[in-house]
Design a binder for this molecule. Structure first.
Ligand code: HEC
Length: 129
């Protein structure tokens, strides 16, 4: 089938690369770097007071869909990140791009999907708006 060893080796390494690509696609996304603690506190405030206004303070849903680990299970992170950044046309979900960077939203979605939403710090620290 292979005229010489070199072509055989090339075929083997190409198959290897294709397999790696497939495995890579199936693996979960790499964890996203967490924002600095003060920024996490800011995001936690928004999550409770702003997102919570529609999604419920305990994120179990209201006007907006629940944002619990169970409710978000199996939903592609990219799709959820796009929803938060750009909102969802025709629904009450507003775009958050003016306030949150893409990597902050990736981190937030990662925390929500893991069931560990950032909590407002107990010391009452309220970050400057
Ligand atoms: C004014 C109300 C409102 C606010 C504020 C709001 N949302 Fe939403 N959100 C919605 C609605 C309504 C939907 C459902 C849209 C639909 O029907 O597809 C939604 C959908 C979503 C979804 C997609 C859920 C899914 O299962 O597909 C995510 C994730 C989300 N919101 C996150 C957030 C986050 C994070 C914030 C705060 C930074 C936020 N939302 C603030 C109303 C809101």
């Amino acid at each position: 089938m292979f005229p010489n060893r070199r072509i055989f080796h090339r075929a083997v390494s190409l198959c290897g690369a294709a397999l790696l690509g497939l495995c890579g696609a199936a693996l979960p996304a790499q964890p996203v770097a967490a924002p600095a603690p003060e920024r996490q506190a800011q995001i936690a405030h928004w999550l409770r007071d702003d997102c919570g206004a529609c999604h419920g303070m305990t994120l179990k849903g209201g006007l907006g869909l629940p944002l619990t680990r169970e409710a978000l299970a199996g939903k592609p992170p990219d799709f959820l990140v796009q929803t938060v950044l750009h909102g969802r046309a025709g629904t009450a979900m507003p775009p958050w791009e003016p306030f949150l960077t893409e990597s902050e939203v990736r981190w937030l979605i990662q925390q929500l999907q893991a069931g560990t939403p950032p909590a407002v710090p107990p010391n009452g620290f309220v970050p400057a708006p």
